[in-house]
Design a protein around this ligand. Sequence first.
Ligand code: ZN
Ligand code: ZN
Length: 169
Amino acid sequence: MINAYAAFEPGGALQPFEYDPGPLDAHDVEIAVEYCGICHSDLSMLHNHWGITRYPFVPGHEVIGTIAAKGEDVTHLSVGQRAGLGWHAGYCMTCHSCLTGDHNLCAASESTIVGRHGGFADKVRAKAVSVIAIPDDIPANSAGPLFCGGITVFNPLLQLALRRRRTSR
Ligand SMILES: [Zn+2]
Ligand SMILES: [Zn+2]
């Protein structure tokens, strides 16, 4: 069983909530959550502002933890390894976006807190392809936002090859 915090209605207070995630899929990992950030999208989902929230709703998509279990087809992560999980919890892996490295644009991507239970819990599950190994020397208590707000800002800087502007004196 997974012990989480869930809202049971739009805008409801988070309360202890236990659920059975079922057998671990061959392509999934289970992360033992160490820390989880909070993002405004958690609040939008909590209040069902986008009309896609299912209750009980477990927020949390800036997860830092360690791999607690992995499915038999998972090869790039090992049990005990530190890893993070952001907004996406799975990709189709067959569309053009997935096959060219733009998984974030996959039209069939799964979201960690849409139709799934998120990281405000002792454990969370996701497709292993959406789970990122992180170095041990990154502080676990502050790394969470790298998986949502952080990458959202950093990625366009990289994509657009923005450089520091030289100042003339
Ligand atoms: Zn977010
Ligand atoms: Zn895809």
